[in-house]
Design a binder for this molecule. Structure first.
Ligand code: 7TS
Length: 419
């Protein structure tokens, strides 16, 4: 059962409008607290279209079996679908080889894999790891653990009040550095970072770059070869796929040198009491039974996104971001946090005199889902001297009406708190 070819052919013939695209998402058709649901927490987790749900149901009802093991028909079916999902991932990010795409449980595991496999081998005492000031905890904590273990040091690329990286001292920071770790898009601020420039400058000093692409991959066409980076990490559940699956793309030259992150079945060529030889890429890094269904679901999510087109998605989200930013600014008493010139569709904000958790609770009462808190980016909050923000993060299946409902909810917040 293949959904993609049909969808793509249909889309090429007749680009579907956004109303129709929204109707692909069954979860958005419900009411929450007697209001139509406006789901604006897509940076935490996006929703799955019916195609992806159907693909998961099909896998579980017609294909489920273990992969790379059985000679029987079901195992062959599951293996084919799983391997095809990896090919879809490779095509989606323009990897030069499919084997450079490792399935993980998500961005967090992808980064930890590099911290173990690359960090243990190439980072030692006194070496430097350069991290940006706007990282999610998952691109900070693994490096802190490694730095503690190895006696390495961490240097932080600073950021401005507007939420843009300040790269003035970046070249000096690269002296003695073994790795740069930076996100493509900040989850807390929406900033799109200048990855090509960062990679270019780092590579001039011979320093590889890991990009946390968790918040970029759902919003724009990503071409890892064009970016020039060495590693690119992302999660399925933020790009209309299921949870429990993610990807680490890495340059073959690095991945081949790196040690496996976990040992177990499916990652070996042979095991004897004398020793073990590991499988080739990508299997060397995929010990044990993988998240087969989720990987296949991710493949279906890629088909779905491609049937709309990533450039079209980026243009639509830019429209929604502009509309949302204008409407929030009109309200008064609201400060948008993160005003980078290049932004993805994330609107973090604070309302003077109201805690973001209260904003989140009142909005939920009106059917509007936002996230409130530090967004696992506590150093960003510390830098901006705020404890937390409320965050509306938009996806292409949101509509202006969702933003209108957010604004109506914020009027209620202001009324209740008298601000
Ligand atoms: N990196 C970034 C930039 C993220 O935004 C997130 C999750 C992660 C890494 C971790 O991804 P995971 O799939 O491994 O958990 N960000 C968010 C968020 O903004 N709200 O909830 C999760």
């Amino acid at each position: 059962m293949e959904f993609s070819a049909k969808k793509r052919a249909e889309a090429a013939e007749r680009p579907r409008d956004w109303e129709e695209i929204r109707s692909d998402f069954p979860i958005l058709k419900q009411s929450v607290r007697d209001h139509p649901l406006s789901y604006l927490d897509n940076a935490a987790s996006s929703q799955m279209p019916q195609d992806v749900i159907d693909r998961l149901v099909w896998y579980h009802s017609g294909e489920h079996s273990n992969v790379h093991r059985g000679v029987h028909t079901l195992s062959q079916r599951a293996t084919r679908a799983y391997d095809q999902a990896r090919e879809k991932v490779a095509r989606f990010i323009n990897a030069s080889e499919t084997k450079e795409c490792i399935f993980t449980s998500g961005t967090t595991e992808s980064i930890n894999l590099v911290a173990h496999g690359f960090g243990r081998l190439f980072i030692g005492e006194g070496d430097r790891i350069v991290i940006s000031a706007m990282e999610h905890h998952s691109n900070i904590v693994p490096w802190q653990i490694l730095a503690d273990e190895k006696g390495a040091e961490i240097s932080v690329i600073p950021m401005s009040d507007r939420g843009e990286l300040i790269l003035d001292d970046f070249d000096e920071m690269l002296e003695g550095a073994k790795l740069v770790c930076v996100n493509h898009v900040s989850n807390a601020l929406g900033t799109v970072n200048p990855i090509e420039e960062i990679v270019d400058r780092a590579h001039k000093k011979g320093v590889p770059v890991l990009v946390d692409g968790a918040q970029a991959i759902p919003h724009m066409a990503v071409d890892v070869q064009e970016l020039g980076c060495d590693f690119y990490a992302f999660s399925g559940h933020k790009m209309c796929g299921p949870t429990g699956i993610g990807v680490l793309w890495g340059r073959k030259e690095w991945l081949e040198k790196m040690q496996p992150y976990q040992g177990g079945g499916d990652m070996i060529l042979s095991v004897t009491w004398e020793g073990t030889t590991y499988s080739d890429l990508p299997f060397k890094f995929e010990a044990g039974t993988p998240s087969i269904a989720a990987a296949i679901g991710l493949g279906a999510a890629i088909d779905y996104l491609e049937s709309i087109g990533m450039d079209r998605i980026a243009r639509r989200e830019a429209e929604l971001l502009a509309y949302g930013t204008d409407r929030l600014q009109e309200l008064g008493g609201i400060r948008i946090v993160g005003e980078a010139a290049d932004k993805a569709s994330v609107i973090s904000f604070v309302v003077d005199g109201v805690h973001p958790h209260d904003i989140g609770t009142i909005l939920d009462d009106e059917g509007v889902a936002v996230r409130a808190g530090h967004h696992c980016a506590q150093p960003v909050m510390d830098r901006l001297q705020i404890p937390a923000t409320a965050r509306a993060s938009l996806a292409f299946y949101n509509q202006e009406i969702d933003i209108d409902r957010l604004v109506a909810g914020l009027y209620s917040v202001k009324e209740i708190f008298g601000v």
